[in-house]
Design a protein around this ligand. Structure first.
Ligand code: URP
Ligand code: ZN
Ligand code: ZN
Length: 466
């Protein structure tokens, strides 16, 4: 038995002083002054004790055809663990042309099983052709694999057309599945990218100009209406980045649109588009949607503080090397459209929210817990087993000392990436220890777990699909 003593326990509704007793991987008791003689005591005095964080948007080992994300399920989940994230739900890459949806389910088990060091689940992915057989597969995969969410893209090679999106949403509604969606207007961004390249504007700073906020806002608005037309089908918008996109969400909230979930990501709260000014370094931050202005960031923070608008903060973790290895980010050095999209973030997320959200007074600590831990689990059928601190649930726990600092530099990085977009930041707070189902997997920045300790999670239905 383990006893975490005298910590300030933070849930999504309160912060109070108490002890947590752990046995056989589960929390068995929480309260004041728990005394068990033979328990191993972990002193958490002066520290906050949070549920293990949950990142529901990662892309480990993502194969995008011309490049592959450099964090496999081992390196990426070591980074997650060191950053206090004990559960991920990973978005699958597209499979070969015309493959069954089972193809990627099997492929992702091959990539993750025996490698992940934190618990993990998968979001399925929809790709052409959207036939009756394929739509039938989503309920089969939900039943057999506990995959209760599927992703659709409105852009990229397998971006779906409006009729396909409508058909997927209707089928998902019938199957009790939530559809997660990357919202960008494919026609407009494709045209703008083409024009910039033709005009010889290949530098990184043209990446955000080719995907302006309205490209996102139009798609968010369209998707919300298509979901309504599909009988209020459960819809979860991923990586919301802009104030314009947010306004569409706020309009839908004001109308009381049901079954809608919304995610933003840490990069859209912390970073801005000035990172693209340097044509070389700017490649590091090429991701879609792109980074925005400070005014967008402030509106996103305000929406989080106000509550009831955005449900989760994830990362879209998808790193490629900048200088080392194959230096995949350099593919875009003369033409930003050739740069693989994505950046690391799974390790930084919880401490960025703790430091820049809670310690800087933008959010309360229960709000940090809500956006980083509990709500992602409600959205994706893992609550309260994950994302909570309640007797009977998994003992996934993070201990944070608010008096210490975390410096994001090369030594901090635990994933395979050779950079962090947050490099140079000094954060208020430091992760002392991380527990996964009661086992101490991180102590003072040192990873203590082992390859394959992460368990696959068969998920229940989303709150959006009930
Ligand atoms: O740039 C990004 N976000 N790459 C990963 C794939 C996606 O769009 O989520
Ligand atoms: Zn996306
Ligand atoms: Zn993504």
């Amino acid at each position: 038995m383990k006893l975490i003593k005298n910590g300030m326990i933070a849930t999504d509704s309160e912060v109070y002083k108490g002890d947590i007793l752990i046995d056989c991987g589960k929390i068995v008791a929480i309260g004041a002054d728990i005394g068990i003689e033979d328990a191993e005591v972990v002193d958490a005095s002066g520290c906050y004790v949070l549920p293990g964080a949950v990142d529901v948007h990662t892309h480990m080992d993502l194969d995008v055809g011309f490049a592959r994300a450099i964090d496999d399920f081992y390196d990426g989940t070591v980074a997650a663990a060191c950053g206090g994230t004990t559960t991920i739900v990973d978005h699958m890459a597209f499979g070969p042309k015309d493959c069954s949806l089972w193809h990627q389910v099997n492929e992702y088990h091959r990539l993750a099983d025996g490698n992940a060091v934190v618990d993990y689940g998968f979001h399925g992915v929809m790709q052409h052709p959207i036939t009756g057989d394929r739509l039938a597969e989503i309920s089969e995969i939900k039943e057999k694999e506990g995959i209760s969410s599927f992703k659709v893209y409105m852009t990229y090679d397998y971006g779906l057309s409006d009729d396909e999106l409508f058909n997927v949403l209707r089928a998902a509604k019938d199957a009790g599945i939530v559809i997660t969606v990357h919202c960008e207007n494919h026609g407009v961004l494709t045209q703008l990218r083409k024009e910039f390249v033709e005009q010889g504007h290949g530098e990184a700073k043209y990446h955000p100009l080719s995907r302006p906020p309205r490209v996102e806002a139009e798609a968010v608005n369209r998707m919300i209406h298509i979901a309504a037309l599909a009988g209020d089908a459960p819809l979860y918008i991923v990586h919301l980045s802009s104030a314009e996109g947010l306004h569409e969400v706020m309009k839908a909230r004001a109308e009381g649109r049901p079954n809608l979930g919304v995610e933003t990501c840490t990069q859209y709260l912390i970073l801005n588009d000035s990172l693209y000014d340097d044509p070389k370094e700017g490649l590091k931050a090429i991701m879609s949607p792109p980074l925005r202005k400070d005014s967008d960031r402030e509106e996103l923070w305000k929406a989080l503080a106000d509550g009831g608008i955005i449900d989760t903060v994830a990362t879209d973790h998808c790193p490629f090397h900048f200088k080392s290895g194959k230096a995949e980010k350099q593919y875009g050095k003369d033409d930003f459209t050739k740069c693989p999209n994505g950046a690391p973030g799974v390790q930084e997320r919880l401490m960025l929210l703790f430091s820049e959200g809670f310690m800087k007074g933008r959010l309360s600590l229960p709000q940090v817990v809500k956006y980083a831990c509990s709500e992602p689990c409600r959205m994706f059928g893992m609550y309260p087993q994950k994302g909570s601190l309640e007797p009977g649930t998994d003992a996934d726990i993070v201990i944070i000392d608010p008096e210490k600092k975390t410096v994001i530099d090369k030594d901090y990085i635990r994933g395979a990436s050779d950079y962090s977009c947050y490099e140079g930041m000094e954060l208020d707070g430091h992760i002392e220890k991380v527990f996964l189902r009661g086992d101490e997997i991180v102590s003072d920045g040192k990873f203590l777990g082992k390859r394959g300790d992460g368990k696959y999670l068969k998920r229940a239905a989303s709150v959006l699909a009930k």
